[in-house]
Design a binder for this molecule. Structure first.
Ligand code: ADP
Length: 242
């Protein structure tokens, strides 16, 4: 589903990614960790075709990013959703929560009745169902982030790319609810890459894979599970007994 080979990316002649290679199959979840400035956002933006691929090859959801034409990018974005760190960038503040979540379904040509069922289900899960008629601008930052999360998943995409999705979450949408959503869609075969600093995400999703970036290079990867990647997470991983 995602194949990234020997990818290198420069900004103004300075490397942001160095010779990065990894592969993810359908339905796999990968956590992308590493300090600020390590290249996590760059990797995710390349996969969303938000930056042009400079060196190496990359495939996502059947698109070859080294050969992609500008006209194909909207098609890629019907299959690949992105949860931005600065989620306000994608929301239409004066429009209602319903319209904001409905927008990608309209673009995909999904019938209203079917779209409404999905919107009801996903907003109920995220605790937004009583806000559907409110303009986004009236919502708290955490609620707006939930709208962005709902919008990313409502199209049932092949891939979800998330950049610090827990960055602004309010207590009403705990990490637990977000992970339930990730796990639900993983069962449906959605592939996910989640860039995060939040050890709680790795601890609560110990079967997810993990990749660590430092100064643009992959310094560690653990294909056996995110919990093993982090000694604290391994020690405190849920055992089912407590
Ligand atoms: P992370 O997401 O891990 O914090 P980034 O991918 O945002 O890291 O950044 C990796 C490196 O690339 C950093 O040194 C950052 O300053 C640089 N960088 C990122 N975006 C740009 C840009 N648009 N122009 C110039 N340099 C950039």
């Amino acid at each position: 589903m995602i194949d990234f080979r020997h990818v290198h990316h420069n900004f103004n002649g300075r490397p942001a990614l160095r010779d990065c290679t990894f592969h993810l199959d359908k339905g796999e979840v990968m956590f992308l960790t590493g300090p600020s400035g390590a290249g996590k956002s760059t990797l995710i933006r390349l996969l969303f075709a938000d930056l042009p691929l400079q060196y190496g090859t990359a495939r996502i959801a059947g698109f070859e990013l080294d050969k992609i034409r500008p006209g194909q990018i909207p098609l890629l974005r019907r299959k690949v959703s992105f949860i931005f760190q600065d989620f306000q960038r994608v929301l239409l503040p004066q429009d209602t929560v319903y319209n904001n979540i409905h927008l990608p379904l309209r673009v995909c040509g999904i019938a209203k009745q079917h779209a409404d069922r999905r919107i009801q289900a996903v907003t109920r899960h995220l605790g937004l169902h009583d806000k559907l008629a409110d303009p986004c601008a009236n919502l708290s930052g955490g609620e707006q982030q939930r709208v962005a999360v709902a919008r990313a998943f409502v199209t049932n995409p092949q891939v979800v790319l998330a950049d610090e999705p827990t960055g602004n979450l309010d207590p009403e949408l705990s990490v637990r609810r977000l992970l339930e959503l990730f796990k639900f869609f993983q069962r449906y075969g959605t592939t996910m890459i989640i860039a995060t600093h939040n050890p709680e995400l790795l601890r609560r999703h110990p079967e997810g894979r993990a990749l660590r970036l430092e100064q643009g290079a992959i310094t560690r990867s653990n294909w056996e599970g995110a919990a093993l990647f982090n000694p604290m997470a391994a020690a405190f991983a849920p055992t089912g007994k407590n």
